[in-house]
Design a protein. Structure first.
Length: 161
């Protein structure tokens, strides 16, 4: 019996080869102060077909959101000057259609509930696997896509034919 171990690069290749790469054309903004984590998340999401921007600071985050339409923000909450839940609320107040995925070291149910209450689409507890990040961002991008297709006062159900 043999076991195969996959490194991060192999996982990216595996996503693409197995057809998990989704050309969503969704624009993702990643905020993380850790250069290595920022780079690895950027590579995984770009390999999956997302257009990816990165930032390390809250000020740059707001500058980018002001200048460009961003579909999903993937943010780390343990950043200097970036109080996680308050940052989620500030983003949703100005850009309500932008979906937010929070990755945090806190496994506190209260923290997760607060982030969701303020508008986060998903809350991941670190350490997270690349597949979890990919899945959360993909679902958030699809949520935004579906939300933009809704017409007030009318339920629209897509055809499966």
């Amino acid at each position: 019996m043999s076991f195969v171990t996959l490194n991060r690069h192999s996982l990216i290749v595996l996503f693409v080869l197995l057809g998990f790469a989704m050309n969503t054309n969704a624009k993702v903004l990643i905020m993380n102060e850790d250069e290595a984590a920022l780079y690895s998340r950027q590579r995984v999401l770009a390999a999956a077909g997302f257009s990816v921007l990165t930032t390390k600071t809250r000020n740059q985050l707001f500058d980018i959101l002001t200048q460009q339409a961003i579909d999903v923000v993937l943010m780390e909450t343990c950043l200097p000057g970036a109080d996680g839940p308050e940052l989620v609320g500030a983003i949703k107040a100005q850009w309500p259609d932008t979906q937010i995925v929070v990755a945090n070291e806190s496994a506190s149910l209260a923290d997760a509930k607060e982030a969701i209450r303020l508008g986060a689409y998903d809350y991941l507890v670190k350490p997270v696997l690349f597949a979890e990040i990919y899945g959360a961002v993909q679902r958030a991008a699809m949520q935004k896509k579906w939300a933009l297709h809704r017409i007030p006062g009318r339920v629209s159900i897509p055809s499966i034919h």
